[in-house]
Design a protein around this ligand. Sequence first.
Ligand code: GDD
Ligand code: MG
Length: 197
Amino acid sequence: MAKSQIKNEQSRILSDKKYTLREYTFDFLPANQTKWETHTREVFDRGHAAAVLLYNSAKNTVVLTEQFRYPVYLVNKQDTSIEVCAGLLDGDSPEACAIREAYEETGYKVSNLEAMGAVFTSPGVLTEKIHLFLAAYDETMSVGSGGGLEEEQEHINVLELSVDRAMKMVESGEICDAKTVLLLQAVQRKNTQKGIL
Ligand SMILES: Nc1nc2c(ncn2[C@@H]2O[C@H](COP(=O)(O)OP(=O)(O)O[C@H]3O[C@H](CO)[C@@H](O)[C@H](O)[C@@H]3O)[C@@H](O)[C@H]2O)c(=O)[nH]1
Ligand SMILES: [Mg+2]
């Protein structure tokens, strides 16, 4: 089976402030076809990211963050978004980024990460790939104040919730961030396998 082909790729910058929005044009030959098409696509580049869900299997609880997200406010009129810890790699490995963000955002110093794959949350428009992790936590790892970085205007509340409560918030739509839903479902799957649920 013939694969699709791409040629004559060109791009121009539409916006280049904190992140970069480019318009790409390229010729595209769909798989198993003979007619080339010219495509134009706007693509937003803000680098790649890592996200980590802090999970305590003994208590069956998770630690989440709650913060104002303007895009969520624009669409849902919600004044906060409840999410797993996450941030841009900023030159770090995905693992180092997940550990750094967990500390900055929640004050927990986690170490043993379990990799849960990597996803594009909006492949039609965003280049961003988010590396997903689970990390065990307990009270002894809570060594910082969390809350995020003042210089980045982050005002983060830290929430500790039972997995059951968090899953109910997914069902009700209170939790609607894709990476958070994925990682909560991963924890729930683990519980099902262990016979907890
Ligand atoms: N000045 C300015 N600041 C920004 C902008 N966008 C974000 N910030 C600030 O910079 C901080 C960056 O924090 P990180 O923790 O590194 O990234 P993040 O925004 O939390 O990103 C993660 O979560 C997002 C929301 O779910 C995801 O979209 C993203 O992929 C990633 O996983 C944000 O919290 C916000 O305060 C911007 O356009 N301009
Ligand atoms: Mg963040």
